[in-house]
Design a protein around this ligand. Structure first.
Ligand code: AN7
Length: 353
């Protein structure tokens, strides 16, 4: 494929004869079968959906392309979003591609360096607020309600329409739905979108069963698990440092209708999963993405029997988004060496440093 989600899944999207079928090559991401980690948790059929392979390195591109196409169709003159980083990177890229000005509101000092670099490179107007993501989102929503600027957060329904295409791809690739879908939950748009996608595909006769939706938040930012907004959310996974998710009800519905769970994992569990995915599978994802595998590991420890089960972990963004964290959180494996064969032999063949 490689044609983009608007063309690949036009029949399931709000595409009209006037919708421009734009694409930066989003979607059609790899579903990679686990070679090592699945075996450690008694799961012989584990897959990772590599959403970091999208054009701006996260799943946000699937929804952004639809939101942006509809903005063009409606004659919009500018777009705005609030973001923990990935939405702003995606909005900035697609608005560059569409020649629309973009304004991104981000919590000052809380966005990973790779994401900030992207928004700058693509030429977005970056507005840093002293506050968290939740207050930034309130600002973006209030501003766009009273000004002719299109909101491209997931409150814009076209975003979730586009994001549901990841569920279609999983079913298309596996020839049916998995038994379990593990997914990180921040603003809760993505779990809502996947559930919508699995249900629509089932209604269209493309799959028989539906997966149990297994959503995971970070312990310090787990409003849905705790049942109340968190005023000052904290976690190392800055992408999901969100205290009052916009799609809260969508997540509850996905959980309850699918017989799934919304649970939480600690920062230590997230970092363990982050390191394991890279060192045992060769998959470098961002910490928020590792939450899905951290959640799966937790369920295994708590006794969930995965034998004979088909499981998908959604890895929402690439590890290159947050290079500082990788350097800080992995033990230093770099050694200075004299530029000679003997010195390299000493450090490799005969006894590693
Ligand atoms: C890598 O970019 O909210 O539950 O403003 O970047 O749909 O919010 C990002 C969220 C998971 C959570 N993984 O998805 C933003 C933003 C990564 C993310 C999530 C995000 P939602």
């Amino acid at each position: 494929m490689g044609v983009g989600v608007l063309t690949a899944y036009a029949d399931f999207l709000p595409v009209t004869p006037d919708t421009p079928l734009i694409s930066m090559g989003e979607g059609d991401t790899p579903l990679v079968r686990s070679r090592r980690l699945g075996a450690t948790i008694g799961c012989d059929e584990l897959y990772f959906k590599l959403e970091g392979c999208n054009p701006t390195g996260s799943f946000k591109d699937r929804g952004m392309v639809v939101a942006m196409a509809k903005a063009l169709e409606e004659g919009s003159k500018a777009v705005m979003c609030a973001s923990t980083g990935n939405t702003s990177a995606s909005a900035a890229a697609y608005s560059a591609y569409c020649d629309l000005p973009s304004f991104v509101i981000i919590p000052k000092g809380e966005v990973a360096m790779g994401k900030l670099a992207q928004a700058m490179a693509y030429g977005a107007r970056i507005l840093m607020v002293n506050g968290n993501f939740d207050s930034a989102l309130n600002l973006a929503r209030d501003f766009t309600e009273s000004h002719p600027v299109t909101l491209v957060n997931s409150l814009n329904p076209h975003r979730l329409q586009g994001q549901k295409t990841a569920a279609f791809e999983i079913v298309d690739t596996l020839g049916g739905s998995p038994d379990y879908l593990f997914i990180p939950v921040g603003n809760a748009g993505n779990i809502t979108a996947y559930w919508k996608g699995f249900k629509e595909y089932q209604s269209a006769g493309r799959s028989e069963v539906l997966p149990a939706m297994m959503g995971f938040q970070a312990e310090g930012a787990a409003p849905i698990v705790r049942g109340a907004p968190v005023a000052n959310p904290q976690t190392i996974a800055s992408a999901i440092r969100i205290g009052n998710p916009a799609s809260w009800e969508g997540a509850i519905e996905a959980r309850d209708d699918s017989g799934g769970v919304i649970d939480m994992v600690s920062d230590d569990e997230i970092l363990d999963a982050y390191r394991l995915l890279a060192s045992k599978e060769g998959i470098f994802c961002e910490p928020a993405s590792a939450v899905s595998f951290a959640g799966l590991s937790k369920m295994h420890r708590n006794g969930l029997n995965l034998s004979g089960r088909r499981v998908v972990c959604v890895l929402t963004g690439t590890g290159l988004k947050d290079p500082d964290l990788a350097v800080r959180s992995v033990s230093n494996q770099a050694t200075e060496v004299e530029p000679s064969i003997e010195a390299i032999e000493a450090l490799t063949i005969s006894g590693r440093a």
